[in-house]
Design a protein around this ligand. Structure first.
Ligand SMILES: [Zn+2]
Length: 132
């Protein structure tokens, strides 16, 4: 999947109910990592997340979460992925950046509340996000 590099600054808008679903999913997966595909749209650098998809054939453990990208249908509404870090920080690991998918990678850390989620771009820079 190819995304053009844009010059404008990105922001992430996430719907409250989508955020709640992410947080409860990650809580459920604890102490393993949880991983979900973020659905939404991107316009002028503004990424709006409005839905979630459970990736096919996903594998998770305490320190990893992944799925084979080759099984994904080509779908432009897939804007990125979210996964949890049950321990440690919400910063993307080298592996996370290597497996970057889409436009944004969101990481949730324990204890999975509204302040536990962070958005990152493919270079590992934080993207500001707000809840809508
Ligand atoms: Zn990770």
């Amino acid at each position: 999947m190819i995304f053009k590099k844009k010059e404008f600054k990105r922001t992430v808008l996430i719907q409250k109910e989508v955020l709640d679903s992410i947080l409860s999913f990650c809580q459920m997966k604890h102490p393993n990592e949880g991983i979900l595909i973020l659905k939404g749209k991107s316009k002028n650098g503004e990424i709006t997340i409005s839905g979630l998809v459970i990736p096919p054939f996903s594998e998770t453990g305490p320190t990893f979460a992944g799925f084979p990208h080759s099984f994904l249908p080509f779908d432009m509404s897939y804007v990125g992925i979210v996964h949890s870090h049950p321990s440690g920080s919400a910063e993307p690991s080298v592996t996370d950046l290597h497996n970057f998918f889409g436009l944004v990678s969101m990481i949730v850390q324990s204890p999975y509340d509204e302040n536990s989620i962070f958005a990152w771009d493919r270079d590992g820079n934080q993207i500001p996000h707000s809840i809508i």
